[in-house]
Design a protein around this ligand. Structure first.
Ligand SMILES: Cc1cc2nc3c(=O)[nH]c(=O)nc-3n(C[C@H](O)[C@H](O)[C@H](O)COP(=O)(O)O)c2cc1C
Length: 177
């Protein structure tokens, strides 16, 4: 089964997680970059106005993948905007996909991600694995959005998160075979 990981990361957390998953699965890895410099201001504007930023590389040539694992942060309750361009390019040829994120989690679980993915890709994800930084930080005092957004994963975090992700991923990959 051909598996491709497509990842985007602004501050490095999802990149570190994607690199780890890629090495465990020996999957192909495409990292999304943006043509323009990303700022906190453009995050807010893209999310508020539902804008799709320009990205590279173009999403050609990966339609042969049996499973695509999208890995990106969650911004303002939504999948990070740079993945939207990628979704538009892949939508018509997509076989199976899953969405994985290490997001902040300060506002609790996000039940809207699956519906957003289905709307943007026209198909339900095989799984959504939304990991939270709040589960890494001490629970007392309750981590704030500022605490979670400024946290950078260390090697031990990445190892633990990869171990958590692996069983559900194996399950969907076995089902897809
Ligand atoms: C502008 C902004 C908005 C965010 N909104 C959310 C959110 O709605 N829910 C959430 O769980 N995390 C949110 N986060 C936290 C990020 O998802 C988290 O810091 C993530 O690990 C960053 O990933 P990256 O390092 O790969 O860019 C937000 C972060 C930023 C900068």
């Amino acid at each position: 089964m051909k598996t491709t990981v497509i990842s985007y990361s602004f501050t490095g957390n999802n990149k570190a997680l994607a690199d780890s998953i890629v090495s465990v699965l020996s999957a192909e890895h495409i990292t999304i970059s943006e043509s323009r410099t990303r700022t906190f201001g453009t995050i807010a504007l893209d999310m508020l106005f539902n804008r799709t930023p320009k990205i590279y590389p173009a999403m050609d040539g990966i339609s042969e993948s049996d499973m695509i694992l999208f890995i990106s942060p969650v911004w303002m309750g939504h999948v990070a905007a740079p993945l939207r361009a990628c979704f538009k390019g892949l939508k018509s040829n997509l076989k199976q996909y899953a969405f994985i994120s290490i997001s902040g989690g300060a506002d609790g679980p996000n039940p809207r991600l699956t519906a957003e993915l289905k709307k943007r890709l026209g198909k339900k994800p095989s799984t959504v694995i939304d990991l939270h930084i709040t589960e890494i930080l001490p629970s007392n005092p309750k981590p704030t959005r500022e605490d979670t957004s400024s946290y950078r994963l260390n090697e031990e975090d990445i190892e633990r998160l990869t171990e958590r992700i692996f069983p559900p991923l194996q399950e969907i990959m076995t089902e897809t075979k």
